[in-house]
Design a protein around this ligand. Sequence first.
Ligand code: AMP
Ligand code: ZN
Length: 463
Amino acid sequence: MTEIKLYNTKSRQKEAFTPLDDQDVRMYVCGPTVYDRAHIGNARPVIVFDVLYRLLRHVYGIDHVTYARNFTDVDDKINATAQARKEAGAAGSLVELIHQRADETIAWYLEDMNALGNLVPDQAPRATEFIAEMITMTTELIASGHAYEAEGHVLFDVTSYDRYGSLSGRSIDDMIAGARVEVAPYKRNPMDFVLWKPSSADLPGWDSPWGWGRPGWHIECSAMTKALFGERFDIHGGGLDLAFPHHENEKAQSCCEAGEDSFAQVWMHNEMLQVEGKKMSKSLGNFFSVRELLDQGYPGEVIRFVFLSTHYRKPMDWTEKKAREAEATLGRWHRMRGENKPSKVPQAVLNALADDVNTPKAISELHDLAKSGDISGLLAGLEILGLRTINAEIAADIRESWKELIDQLLMDRKQARADKNFARADELRDGFARAGVLIKDTPDGPVWELSKDFDAEKLEALR
Ligand code: AMP
Ligand code: ZN
């Protein structure tokens, strides 16, 4: 059996991975807060842990791995988006609008992550389905002296856990000095964090021993992993930004309940993603959702390939240059396919992935397989990385064959605007959108792209 080695944040070392039960390997990854489209940074943990999931299934068998990724569907940001809709005149109560927003965001998320070639996890628990478990855990933490109630809140007492800070490598004093923690009068220690808080009458809430309220964020994952996996499980993943405070707090809650060797055995964190060398931020205008990139015409495989070209523990830079190179590589491999079928996964690719999910090394092995003419091996290697080859020329050919019509329709649109024929101008604008033709008006005139959902018939109808 291939020996897998994983870097464990808890021990700060690469360790040989031995599952608690090789018949039921369990992995949990913190999923999104569902208030808006996933940005491309959010896709990084999804892609990284999808590759690990595929590797675990390969080594232990498809039926012997359980992967759970949650949806955080109770949060102030979801409430705020629903509130904005209500103010804009949307029908329904605030609570209904909150549910709608969460449902719609979850559907987008699954669609976008599917486009990037990710498998659907075995379990996708929603926080709101596990409120009773969170209340139970909170009650138990109060009973054992690790938490206390104050002014309708329940807080975890960080001084009651002497290992607090050990996962992320901080002492409580450092944290107090360095962190912008919320200093609330009801907290005994500024680092104490919320297990339960009061909710107003118009916001989602649940009855509890501490009144009408809702859970804190960290208790969600502790309660859900316990419900799905029991007190101990194998791997816990997420972005490095979650190591503190989220994961530190999850670990404190769970280990205070069930002992220091409980909860996750291996903690894994992916480094963050940047865009063209800069932190992604809305104010810099380099903030993309996954959907925007797909709509700009980057095939999902190209995006995935770019992500996998950097090891997950290194910061990763999204650049257009990398995307173009990835497209060329996947196009070249596509032309090599012929009638070949995937063989079994080449050992060199497996060895790379088994070495702390070294995807750039695995990709360099794919280049070697292509060079040596082992196309069946190449295809098998692509498969375990969740990649497909792409027909880059077809994409370019299709673009070429519709160019004349699209340019003509853009001229029509210009004319219609000049004639103040707004009906025709609007018809064209909406028609392009329906046909999946993305138009961007620039100072040099309009430019366009065909999206993945391009529909030729709908374009023809605009003639
Ligand atoms: P959130 O919805 O903000 O809780 O984030 C969901 C997941 O995306 C978490 O695992 C985060 O660590 C991860 N994440 C957020 N931003 C980035 C980024 N820029 N690069 C990599 N991972 C990120
Ligand atoms: Zn979590």
